[in-house]
Design a protein around this ligand. Structure first.
Ligand code: XMP
Length: 517
């Protein structure tokens, strides 16, 4: 496989919240996809075509109405490139609007599961039944098309729920095939990328590892440094670089913040010692605790931790005589999902490994910059990293500090770490873990009355949370078996003297977030 000429589906981002899901859906078929801003020109696409085989273009959804003055528009030349185009939701309305079709405000907003009637089970809808469960989220709707276009499907409220051009390969779908709620969504995407675009399945992780190692060897001509966070991204980046240029050329800094879960530091130590990476474990627990002393506000905690991390890392970088900085940035970190930038700040996600500002490097190397998380995990497997790193649950950069409500102390850290260990071990051992996105303990810092032994006890309330989710954008609390819940509760109160009461968190997201802080 020649990396530069792989088949590619371009996705134009009109600000929809599922743009990355489209990208991942395409990639799951071993076809490379790349997200581009909606205002890319036809000329630019032709230019990109000289290095990649652009086989198809998908227009994402978006929050706007095509009639809004400031709504995102598309270069009409793109529809004339002769490359198959599929518009989804806003993209569907935009194509209709640009081609003299009629877009109107729907009498009734369609949201959620909807029945679609497939009038012509052809091309992108090939193989679908007459009635299909699809997922909709729209206010505007296409009510009619001009003469060169034909309707492929409708719903009770939407006369033109899917269409195609009579001679050119241009398609529109009002629903979202990229979300799991659309029953045959994956089939529709396959129909588009394979039958219409004639893509070959030439995006594979084995090829990626080989290409990436040669690129790393070409770029890094000296010593590099990486910050290990314990998570899969920075671990894979470090392992890839180690294999490419040798462990003696990579200084891997692991800052032991004292905010990590049980066993995490040891896991990192053993993995990277085995690989032969020049690993430096820096014990900075006291510095972090001092900086966090008495701080109760979660956003302030995140800021302090992010800053302290950068300081400790910078000190190590200055001491190490390195010229290159390696980062575990992955694709969704890089391409802001949603071009409108309107998404509200709920929490700042201060990730460990923030860029040092004062250091000068010859280059910043981000070997995973084009990968989605599931692809990073595949690379991790190829590189032989341990399961505990590959399948590590998402864990916030500020660590246990945001799983202790209010101020952080060493005593509280020990309690929450111990409780978390019990929750994790019990759920892992129960066979329930596979269906879960995250499960963990939280120290509420509330004190409550209990009975321990013969006397009254006054101790902490610990809560634990287990969630089912795909992307953490939304989540449902897991319906764990009661005997498992009871075992966890009993173990926590028996084994941790400071805790007298345990609560299971039965809140979905929304309204609650995943983390308590
Ligand atoms: P929330 O709590 O916002 O969490 O519903 C969504 C996902 O993000 C993780 N999370 C964080 N990750 N730094 C991180 O790197 C953070 O400050 C942070 N806060 C939350 C959370 O574990 C969940 O997977």
């Amino acid at each position: 496989m020649e990396m530069s000429k792989r088949d590619t589906i371009l996705i134009l981002d009109f600000g929809g919240q599922y743009t990355h899901l489209i990208g991942r859906n395409v990639r799951e078929n071993n076809v490379y996809s790349e997200i581009m801003p909606f205002d890319i020109t036809a000329d630019k696409i032709t230019e990109i075509g000289s290095v990649s085989n652009i086989k198809g273009i998908i227009l994402s959804g978006g929050p706007d109405s095509v009639y809004d003055k400031d709504s995102p528009k598309m270069d009409p030349g793109i529809l004339k490139l002769g490359i198959p185009v599929l518009g989804l939701c806003y993209g569907h309305q935009l194509i209709a609007h640009m081609s003299d079709g009629k877009v109107i405000r729907a009498a009734k907003k369609e949201y959620g599961d909807t029945e679609a009637y497939i009038d012509k089970p052809e091309s992108i809808l090939h193989g679908l039944h007459h009635e299909e469960k699809v997922w909709m989220s729209h206010g505007d709707t296409v009510s009619s098309l001009s003469k060169d276009w034909e309707v492929l499907a409708h719903t009770d409220n939407t006369p033109v729920a899917a269409f195609r051009h009579k001679t050119m390969q241009i398609y529109g779908l009002q629903w979202h095939p990229e979300v799991v709620q659309t029953e045959h969504g994956a089939q529709i995407i396959k129909n588009f990328i394979f039958d219409e675009c004639k893509c070959e399945r030439n995006w594979r992780m084995t090829g990626f590892v080989e290409d990436s190692m040669s690129e790393i060897r070409r770029t890094i001509r000296g010593k590099a440094i990486v910050a290990l966070s314990g998570g899969v991204d920075s671990s894979v980046a470090a392992a890839l670089i180690t294999k490419a240029i040798g462990g003696h050329n990579l200084v891997a800094v692991y800052v032991d913040t004292g905010l990590m879960r049980d066993g995490e530091t040891e896991q990192i130590r053993s993995t990277f010692t085995t690989l032969g990476t020049d690993l430096r474990v820096i014990n900075a627990e006291d510095r972090f605790l001092e900086a966090l002393d008495g701080v109760e506000d979660p956003e302030q905690k995140r800021m302090i931790i992010g800053k302290m991390f950068a300081t400790v890392f910078e000190e190590q970088a200055a001491l190490s005589g390195v010229e290159y900085l390696v980062q575990g940035t992955i694709y969704p970190d890089r391409v802001e999902s949603g071009s409108s930038g309107k998404s509200a700040l709920i929490k700042t996600h201060h990730n460990v490994g923030g860029l040092p500002k004062d250091l000068k490097f010859k280059a910043v190397v981000e070997p995973l910059r084009d990968l989605y998380k599931d692809e990073v995990r595949k690379v991790a497997k190829e590189l032989g990293l341990p399961e505990s790193i590959i399948n590590r649950q998402p864990f916030p950069g500020p660590g246990l500090a945001v799983r202790i409500i209010g101020s952080v102390t060493k005593e509280k850290l020990e309690i929450v770490r111990h409780a978390d260990h019990i929750v994790t071990k019990e759920i892992d051992g129960s066979g329930m873990a596979e269906g879960l996105w995250q499960y963990f303990a939280v120290l509420t810092s509330t004190k409550t009355t209990g009975v321990k032994g013969d006397g009254r006890a006054y101790g902490y309330l610990v809560s634990f949370r287990a969630l089912v989710s795909r992307e953490a954008m939304t989540a449902k609390f897991a319906e764990l078996p009661w005997n498992l819940v009871r075992r966890i509760s009993t173990r926590i109160t028996n084994e941790i003297p400071e805790v007298v009461r345990v609560a299971y968190d039965v809140t979905d997201k929304p309204p609650a977030t995943v983390e308590w802080e």
